[in-house]
Design a protein around this ligand. Sequence first.
Ligand code: PLP
Length: 401
Amino acid sequence: MTNVSRATFDEVMVPNYSPLKIIPVKGEGAKLWDADGNEYIDFAGGIAVNALGHCHPELVGALKQQADKLWHLSNVFTNEPALELAQKLVDATFADKVFFTNSGGESNEAAFKLARKYASENFGSDKNEIISFKQSFHGRTLFTVSVGGQEKYTQGFEPLPQGITHLEFNNIDMLEKAVTDKTCAIVLEPIQGEGGIIPASKEFMSKVRELCDKFDAVMILDEIQTGMGRTGELFAYMHTDVAPDVLTSAKALGGGFPIGAMLAKEKFAAALKVGTHGSTYGGNALACAVGSKAFDIINDASVLNGVKDKRALYETKLQMINEKYSIFDDIRGEGLLIGAALKEEYLGRARDFMVASLEQNLMILMAGPSVIRFAPSLLVTEAEIEQGMAAFEKAVAKVVA
Ligand SMILES: *Cc1c(COP(=O)(O)O)cnc(C)c1O
């Protein structure tokens, strides 16, 4: 019936991606199927998006119900699903106010603009420096890619937005020296995701908090990958005794439906007065109805504790594989954001493991060229973890052979 194939991609799509050769057509929970009916275990989860797996019946129900009622209004009106989801986010977190977007990059764009606006209104336009960290990832718009700490993503897109400083992640001394009265924001991921699953130390997070308080800078946590249950808490900052001023969310927030959000304390949110920022689709009723249902399912003690138990099983399996094949230096991350860093002999070869896994009907991810990443559904079952890790072991055996 279908007249498209992977080859169609090369004909009609901009060549910025290089997708793997199969095209999944159907999903259910942590499983996917391609057009030929081949079954796959999905430990990639749409890059930490499908937190409840594929086509969770309650999400499908919420989407269908809202689809029959109301899709979109624009920001000339508000809508009930947006208000409900915002209320839930405020009740469950440090935040007083919410701004909805459609993606992670847009959520960070809003956060960075808020920080600049807050600083210029309260302290003057000289206070505009954003401090960020090497290897960080904050999105692909020109502002967010400039704040992000990976030069390969800005090359050729110059001139770039100014007033951004990149420091070494987890380096407290360097941070103390860099923050001044000119700093308007410090932004970090609690666990750097795309950068290789590198957690911020608790001391580093506390130091960021302390310096933001001292210098009236906005502490922005990018929880686009770590949030919505991924680490076994609703948001990763909840593992620490530090709360941010502004937090960005997306990915798992809609469980696969595009939505993002910026959460903020009242004092900072106030900087975005009427007319200062906006988004046509942000707060879309369909997206918020799905997000609201996803929130209810994820923000539940048994789901969040389940994440911690499942992580333990992944770690056990990874260690067993490592004892046999000796390929990892480090297994890190938190909850179901798992990074397995390859040993020196295998540096740069994460993609080989990903391709070999696909041949064993298993989908996994990489986080940079030398780290294998797993970001499965938070509802993945023990049996699926066993089955998937058995497939992964076979893939490893092939790569090292
Ligand atoms: C994925 C991601 C983004 C970008 O999100 P998009 O929805 O692709 O714009 C930003 N920050 C972090 C930490 C991410 O993992």
